[in-house]
Design a protein around this ligand. Structure first.
Ligand SMILES: Nc1ncnc2c1ncn2[C@@H]1O[C@H](COP(=O)(O)OP(=O)(O)OP(=O)(O)O)[C@@H](O)[C@H]1O
Length: 243
């Protein structure tokens, strides 16, 4: 569904992403892990077209969307739940969802189906987004992405700053989304256990490169922590990390 080839991205002189390629299949969850500064946010901002100082190719359902503006990539079926949520705080939850729906594609995700998948939103539909708790805001951000009827949705550290109970609720909702099998999901996650428990496949990034890639069920905790901290260059099932 989503294929990215040799993505490189810079912040001025700093090359934050140094040649990343991967695929996400229909209904698959790809977990992307990596320490602070590994380049995860820059990579996905480049893929969604928000970060423009980049090279490489992005294909969605076989179509090259590399040169499209971010809004056109959303219209093509690629949505991102950004780190930090970025809702319209003075608009109600319902309005935040409606606005997203107007910018996406028609499809199975409507106000009703999104509320079924994210039931925590039902009691706060009329509340201003700015008055919600962190967990509720995060659920709105996910609902907003779904309202665009994406083929692939990228979630950048959706559990950041949430209480353990809120994270539990959020992942229950994501499990429902996963079970629907329609949408490719990318979760960028700092919590390694959470990532390996939820994702089908794991990609680990270090200093702008992929140091490990493989089926979550087949990677050992040692493989993952070594790739995460750059302690080992064997790379387990996946790629060999840079020296
Ligand atoms: N706006 C920016 N200007 C300059 N350098 C930046 C900018 N944003 C990120 N960087 C640098 O790019 C590198 C990758 O950062 P990035 O935020 O993509 O990593 P990350 O893996 O998402 O980390 P985090 O989990 O902290 O968000 C880091 O060295 C960071 O300092």
């Amino acid at each position: 569904m989503l294929e990215v080839r040799n993505i490189q991205a810079r912040h001025g002189l700093l090359q934050a992403v140094r040649g990343i390629s991967f695929q996400v299949r229909r209904g698959e969850v790809l977990g992307v892990i990596g320490a602070n500064g590994a380049g995860k946010t820059t990579l996905f901002r480049a893929i969604t077209g928000v970060h423009t100082d980049m090279t490489g190719s992005v294909f969605l359902n076989g179509r090259d969307i590399s040169t499209l503006r971010p809004s056109k990539r959303v219209a093509a079926g690629l949505a991102m739940v950004p780190e930090g949520r970025r809702l319209f705080p003075d608009m109600s939850v319902r309005e935040n969802l409606q606005v997203a729906g107007e910018h996406g594609r028609p499809g199975e995700w409507t106000m009703d189906t999104v509320l079924d998948a994210l039931p925590a939103l039902k009691p706060v539909l009329r509340s201003l987004a700015g008055n919600l708790s962190g967990g509720q805001r995060q659920a709105v951000a996910i609902g907003r992405a779904l309202m665009t009827n994406p083929d692939v949705v990228i979630m950048d550290e959706v559990s950041l700053g949430l209480s353990p109970i809120a994270i539990e609720g959020l992942y229950e909702s994501l499990a429902q989304l996963k079970a629907s099998g329609k949408t490719g999901i990318v979760v960028v996650e700092q919590d390694l256990r959470r990532a390996t428990g939820f994702a089908d496949r794991i990609v680990c990034m270090l200093e702008g490169l992929i140091t490990l890639e493989g089926a979550a069920a087949e990677l050992s905790h040692d493989d993952i922590t070594n790739a995460y901290f750059g302690l080992d260059n064997t790379g387990g099932e996946g790629r060999v990390s840079h020296a």
